[in-house]
Design a binder for this molecule. Structure first.
Ligand SMILES: [Zn+2]
Length: 274
């Protein structure tokens, strides 16, 4: 109890305050509902909150609804159900996107807070099912494990690798969505995907933190993505789709990530005799 009062409680109070001071973008996200620059997107699923910048044309809004539907279906199929409750913020213009996403890089970004709220920000290139599904996947992991567990337990290569499994810019539906076609279509799939220089991959042990993963030039980050996607594809092919919620449940119940990750694969291989 003393420990709780002396350390945990102040930490619980300090963390949200520190987060708000450090990131003006986060403050804007929490206040997006009060901003005159945004309106609520009509015609989305009940319970889903999507804010769209006023600069978005009717056509962009229509497209966004369709892409979101595709992304959401993919997430439900991949995870078994969708529990994420993130607020989506769509900014078709880069200047607005940078106001909400720290750094303003990439097509989308996700912000999870220690107090459980989460925001997915989609930029000019984010009106796209792959991008939206990618961010929604980060949010599923976040909602199932919470901010602290994701920070403490989940290596960045797994968090990104998992999101890349529903992001077909970097992976193939054949890994889990249509596994029957995996064998004969491998060569087509390779051709469809983003071209990567075939450098030697980075060691997973060097991609544990966000800093290790994203701290580097464009080439490093792309290679980090590819390394993460390759590893999680390999694992997913062995454990199957059910392995994803199984792993998350194990970590939520207190298992160490690495143990649970390896155990699931071992068990599956033993059962199938591979
Ligand atoms: Zn990501």
């Amino acid at each position: 109890m003393r420990l709780l009062l002396r350390y945990v409680l102040p930490l619980l109070i300090a963390l949200p305050i520190a987060a708000l001071i450090l990131y003006p973008q986060l403050v804007r996200c929490t206040r997006v509902g009060q901003s005159d620059d945004f309106r609520v997107l009509a015609g989305v699923k009940q319970g889903e909150v999507v804010y769209v910048n006023r600069s978005a044309t009717a056509r962009q809004q229509d497209r966004f609804r369709g892409q979101l539907r595709t992304a959401r279906d993919r997430i439900r199929h991949f995870w078994g159900d969708q529990r994420g409750r993130a607020v989506l913020i769509y900014c078709p213009q880069q200047a607005d996107y940078e106001q909400y996403c720290v750094g303003g890089e990439g097509a989308g970004c996700s912000i999870g807070t220690p107090w459980g709220a989460s925001y997915l920000i989609l930029g000019p290139d984010g009106n796209d099912a792959d991008v939206i599904a990618h961010e929604l996947c980060h949010d599923e992991l976040f909602v199932r494990l919470g901010w602290w567990r994701v920070k403490r337990q989940i290596p960045q290569w797994f968090n990104e690798g998992l999101a890349l499994m529903v992001d077909y810019r970097f992976s193939s539906p054949a890994v889990w969505e249509q596994p029957d076609t995996a064998q004969d279509k491998t060569s087509d799939i390779e051709d469809d995907m983003m071209p990567f220089a075939r450098h030697p991959m980075i060691k997973l042990a060097d991609l544990e933190t966000t800093r290790e993963f994203f701290g580097g030039d464009y080439g490093h980050v792309m290679l980090a993505y590819q390394t993460a996607a390759d590893e999680v594809s390999r694992w997913l092919t062995a454990v199957g789709r059910a392995g994803v919620p199984a792993l998350t449940n194990a970590v939520a119940d207190g298992s160490e990530f690495g143990d649970a990750y390896r155990r699931l694969e071992r068990t599956k291989r033993r059962v199938s005799g591979k």
